[in-house]
Write a protein that binds this ligand. Structure first.
Ligand code: PAF
Length: 281
């Protein structure tokens, strides 16, 4: 496994790998990798000749009140996980390498980025779309892999790829959970042991909603109430949002007729966790 820190060197390597006919899979990450990332890398390894993993804590997707410096980092652990999962290349650039001074261009996807997590994080998706576009242009992958846990991010990236004619197949991969049901996330490390227990309320509440849908509940307000009532039983949980939206355009729905995304964001103490599932009748 090779590690590159500069765009020039990585591009040269990719050019020569492509000349030899290799198909390139790409897993963009912000590091502090866990089993969820590993599952993306392993899937990419199965479906491509070469897998590039980027490890870059992207400053432009953090808002002014979000603590970029406190974002967890552990490059040695990440390198080991990438190697074990079968990745061929790590791209670990410096922020100065990714963002040249005086840069004037950004990528913004409107509409899909305004609700859900975008409502409280107005700069977030602009930062994500800009860095992912740059990474796509640097890595030029055939396929790129994103987790379904960040369902809004996945929908936004799919839209961006369609709108801007990137010749890249975007593949969404299922949420990986701890044995007790908590969705794996780098942010779980912020939780105290009491908060870690309290965080189970996210998956528990979504499971209640899923059971209601399976039993034939079709009323969107009732499903929202089931989730909210359940979340409110946990004293350490503070709801940011509980939303039921169309799974493609992310607009709020009034019926469960088309494929829907049931998405929640909940503060457990100071840590904001997200979870979701998609439902098709
Ligand atoms: O999902 C993430 O880790 C980030 O948003 C991404 C896609 C790597 C862009 O920085």
């Amino acid at each position: 496994m090779k590690t590159f820190h500069t765009i020039k060197e990585l591009k040269e390597e990719i050019r020569s790998l492509k000349k030899s006919g290799n198909c390139i899979g790409f897993v963009p990450t912000m590091g502090f990798l866990h089993e969820g990332h590993k599952s993306l890398i392993e899937r990419a390894v199965k479906e491509n000749d070469i897998v590039v993993v980027s490890i870059f804590v992207n400053p432009t997707q953090f808002g002014p009140t979000e603590d970029l410096d406190a974002y967890p980092r552990d490059l040695e652990h990440d390198k080991k996980l990438c190697k074990d999962a079968g990745a061929s290349i790590i791209f670990n650039p410096d922020p100065k390498e990714m963002y040249i001074e005086g840069a004037c261009s950004t990528v913004n996807v409107s509409g899909l980025t305004e609700g859900l997590c975008g409502a409280k994080r107005p700069v977030h998706f602009g930062g994500v779309c800009t860095v992912v576009s740059k990474l796509f242009n640097i890595v030029t992958p055939d396929k790129a892999y994103f987790g379904e846990k960040d369902a809004q991010q996945l929908a936004v990236i799919k839209r961006m790829v369609m709108d801007l004619n990137f010749d890249i197949e975007i593949i969404g991969c299922p949420i990986i959970r701890e044995e007790d049901g908590l969705a794996k996330s780098s942010r779980n490390t912020y939780l105290s042991s009491e908060e870690r227990k309290a965080a189970l309320i996210l998956n528990k509440s979504l499971t209640l909603a899923k059971k209601a849908l399976i039993s034939g509940e079709k009323n969107v307000n009732n499903i929202t109430d089931i989730i909210k009532n359940s979340l409110n039983t946990e004293p350490l949980a503070k709801i940011d949002y509980v939303e039921i939206v169309d799974s493609l355009n992310l607009k709020p729905v009034t019926s469960t007729d088309n494929s829907i995304l049931i998405a929640i964001a909940v503060y457990i103490g100071k840590t904001r966790l997200i979870d979701n599932f998609t439902w098709t009748n």
